[in-house]
Design a protein around this ligand. Structure first.
Ligand code: F6R
Length: 607
């Protein structure tokens, strides 16, 4: 999704803006641009394609000034092109705007403005904002932006520069993330904190319907009607290294390897000295004990974590769990009562569909628990309670450590509910907690032996089709595995509940098919072995993921990858790792960039 940034201070703005845009690259983009006031006028440079093209342009057409705004665009309205790239300006070039989001009524606004004589250059929705602000400008940029926003419906994180007030950036937010970084004599703005970390750790999270006036030495917040708002800064305490590659070739590989530490960070603060689970941050024991039904909603990878959540909560706590994709849920007519818990999962905490689902559930009176990796995110702030996955920043587009840490949160919720509902004995609960405490070390073991996967990837990376099969939790992991391969290797990959194969999908199997069989549910080994034999007999190459010292599948699969012994219920925490590595190595074999897959954005802030 688009990334926006801005700077006002004492430094040369261009390198600061480019630096911040580089940090936002992971969000996905197809063009980039900046606007800087050079002391006389606002100069705009923009370019289709990678940031390096913008940098090349800037090397030839240098602009210097200490105030500016920047943007990486992920095309929605109008093709990726120099003209459609942001910043957009009004006709006189005196107002420049960068925008993340969608102006839904831009067609009618454009018609009205055209009738008034405004000439449009681009096909974008954003350009209407530049003309509208010009239309309302009467010597006060803050007022002009506020008036323009009243005409706009849709979502936005917006930053505006005006040559008549060259000491100020006005920014605003509705349904698109925006943070302001503050330091002595300089202020920064960006779509997310990773872009600011190099300069400051003190940030303001802008809330919906807030407008901000940013000067070198002040940051002032207002509501829609320009009534002042008092806000506190938050201090970011995670290390900048967490947002750098630290010697790994790609962020994705780094983040896969960070899983043991991330899992530890998720688990340890929630296990007391007495070896009990403490998740009081999400609800009192009383609320949890009286929970009669749970609804889980999320998108993509987070949705797959939710499916595992359903299995384990139903297994351990015997509470019925419904799970839905957020983009579906928001348009259904779900049924809630106050004894229902609504668990919403999102790495970024900014996914548009997920936020819409949460707001809808809130209206229906459900208690909302957000599981997210971003403490200051909209989801974390709007939910009734928030469980931090504590995974550290995830930069690669394809989610890895966010998934396993989300799983860990769901295991903790499942076991706590089981304890409170009395559906698990004390002995089994303490065994389960003890086992969870070994998972991080076991994840290290999975990561130590990557050779089999690397070798198998080098032989099979260009297979036309890949099917992931499994039963129960292995089926959920099959879905997540198929998504990983789809995203970063562009292979047509699908997950099938292994028992469904013969109800249709087996017709697709031929010699150009890879089948990955995830086999960690001991009671179902024989069934899975039959499925492997069925697909082998039809020419598929088969990789099996199962327990160490397990030889059940040696004769049926072409290659076997092992994970350490653990409880069958906990295997998703480990069995996903070989699939993440497999997708990564396939992508590298094809010379693709696994961190930035085509057409995808890290944070999907529009519908
Ligand atoms: C897949 C992936 C996406 C996200 C989905 C939801 O690797 O990253 O499927 O999981 O867009 O994003 P969040 O979790 O930020 O709500």
């Amino acid at each position: 999704m688009c990334g926006i940034t801005g700077y006002v201070g004492v430094k040369d703005a261009t390198p600061v803006l480019i630096n911040a845009l580089k940090k936002l690259e992971y969000r996905g983009y197809d063009s980039a641009g900046i606007a800087v006031f050079d002391g006389q006028e606002i100069l705009v440079r923009k370019s289709k394609g990678a940031l390096k093209f913008l940098e090349q342009k800037l090397a030839k057409e240098i602009i210097r000034g200490s105030i500016g705004i920047g943007h990486t665009r992920w095309a929605t309205h109008g093709e990726p092109s120099d003209i459609n790239s942001h910043p957009h300006t009004d006709v006189s070039g005196s107002i420049a705007v960068v925008h993340n989001g969608i102006i839904e009524n831009y067609v009618s606004l454009r018609e009205k403005l055209e009738k008034k004589g405004f000439a449009f250059k681009s096909q974008t929705d954003t350009e209407v904002a530049a003309h509208l602000i010009h239309f309302y400008y009467e010597g006060n940029l803050l007022e002009a932006v506020s008036k323009a926003l009243k005409d706009i419906s849709g979502s936005y994180a917006l930053a505006v520069l005006c040559d008549k007030q060259p000491d100020v950036i006005v920014a605003a937010r509705k349904d698109s993330p925006l943070v302001i970084g503050t330091a002595k004599n300089e202020q920064f703005l960006a779509s997310d904190v990773t872009a600011l970390l190099e300069y400051t750790r003190d940030v303001y999270y802008v809330d919906d319907n807030e407008i901000v006036e940013i000067k070198k030495d002040s940051v002032k917040f207002y509501d829609n009607d320009l009534e002042p708002i008092t806000k506190q800064t938050s201090h970011i305490d995670w290390d900048i290294d967490s947002a750098e590659k630290c010697g790994y070739e790609h962020f994705m590989l780094k983040e896969i390897h960070e899983q043991p530490a991330a899992l530890r960070q998720t688990l340890s603060p929630r296990i007391t000295k007495e070896k009990k689970i403490d998740i009081s941050e999400i609800a009192s024991d009383e609320i949890l004990r009286s929970t009669e039904r749970i609804v889980i909603t999320a998108c993509g990878t987070a949705y797959h974590a939710g499916i595992v959540g359903k299995y384990v909560i139903e297994h351990f706590a015997r509470i019925p769990v419904d799970i839905d994709i957020a983009s579906e849920f928001r348009y259904r007519e779900p049924i809630f009562n106050p004894k229902n818990l609504f668990i919403i999962i999102s790495q970024s905490g900014e996914t548009a569909d997920t936020l819409a689902a949460m707001r809808m559930a809130k209206k229906c009176g459900a208690r909302i628990i957000a599981i997210t990796n971003v403490a200051g995110s909209t989801l974390a702030r709007e939910a009734d309670a928030f469980m931090h996955t504590n995974g550290g920043p995830e930069i690669a587009v394809a989610s890895t450590k966010a998934f396993t840490t989300q799983l860990m949160c769901l295991y903790l919720i499942a076991l706590k509910l089981a304890e409170l509902k009395g559906t698990i004995s004390e002995e089994n609960l303490s065994k389960a907690i003890k086992e969870l405490e070994t998972i991080s070390a076991k994840a290290e073991i999975v990561l130590q032996d990557k050779k089999t996967i690397q070798k198998f990837a080098s032989r099979t990376f260009n297979k036309k089709k890949a099917f992931f099969i499994g039963r129960l939790a292995d089926y959920a992991i099959s879905m997540e595995s198929a998504l990983k391969l789809k995203e970063i290797n562009y292979t047509h990959s699908e997950a099938f509940a292994a028992g469904e194969l013969k109800h249709g999908p087996i017709a697709l199997i031929d010699t150009d098919t890879l089948v990955v069989a995830i086999c960690t549910q001991r009671a179902l080994f024989e069934k899975m072995d039959s499925n492997i034999k069925e697909v082998k007999a039809r020419g598929a190459s088969v990789l099996c993921i199962t327990y160490e010292n397990e030889h059940f599948f040696d004769d049926s699969a072409d290659a076997v990858v092992h994970i350490p012994e653990t409880f069958d219920e906990f295997t998703p925490l480990l069995s996903i790792i070989p699939s993440q590595l497999y997708a990564y190595y396939c992508s590298v074999q094809r010379s693709l960039d696994p961190d930035k897959p085509r057409n995808l954005a890290k944070s999907v802030t529009v519908e």
